[in-house]
Design a protein around this ligand. Sequence first.
Ligand SMILES: N[C@@H](CCC(=O)N[C@@H](CS)C(=O)NCC(=O)O)C(=O)O
Length: 255
Amino acid sequence: MTDVTLFHWEPNANSGKPMLALAEKGVQFKSHYLDLLNFDQHKPEYLEINPQGTIPAMLHGDKVLTESTAIMEYVDETFDGPALMPEDPYDRLRVRWWMKFMDQWLAPSFSMIGWSFFVGPSVRSKDPEELKAAIDRIPMRERRIAWRKAIYGTFSEEEMTESMRRVSVGIDMLETELSKHKWLASDEYSLADVNGFNLGYALPLSQPELANDERTPHIMEWLRKIYERPATKYIWSMGKTDMVKRVHILERGAN
Ligand SMILES: N[C@@H](CCC(=O)N[C@@H](CS)C(=O)NCC(=O)O)C(=O)O
């Protein structure tokens, strides 16, 4: 086995990006599952690997890699297997354009909605003192603030409205772009698709009015094609919670 260890949570969002990129390249890796809802990412043994206390992180030999998109690019460039970046420089630019757009603009809005409706409610019933201590242990100030807002339900109406607006704008942009090429950034399957799938695989469940067969047929077909790839099936089978079962909405004929 290649000397790769991936520290990840569920195949979802940032964790799923390097998981799926590794599987697409055919790279076997040691899986080290961290339970985000149990605050495993803030435990001292993981902070030695990623002092920011966020997931994912990867070890390749003696190298420590963090930042999910940068890890995907490293994986693509380092290992044999099908290229996940196109040859053409303009196509490559579009892959990077979409990844930057998703990582910096769209994903934080998806994340705020997910943290408000899922992450916060999932941990809220723990002992209040334990929760307070868990929050105090989080190394990054901005993550402490996000956890507090998720747990105590204090994301403002303005923040939530803006996140919903961004998700809606992002869905329309994806639909337009996917009507132009076979895949998101070009006619070749790329890291932009891996990134986008991790962000949007559950859209037909989480935003059924905005993402559905009538309104966004290109998005639906794109998600289904990625879902049908053997690498995607394999990685999603590594999920340990019901969260990943949402992917089955992409089964043809499921809705
Ligand atoms: N920019 C980082 C963000 C990593 C990140 O924030 N990951 C989330 C999970 S998707 C996390 O670890 N959250 C846990 C926490 O904030 O405690 C990346 O892309 O790797």
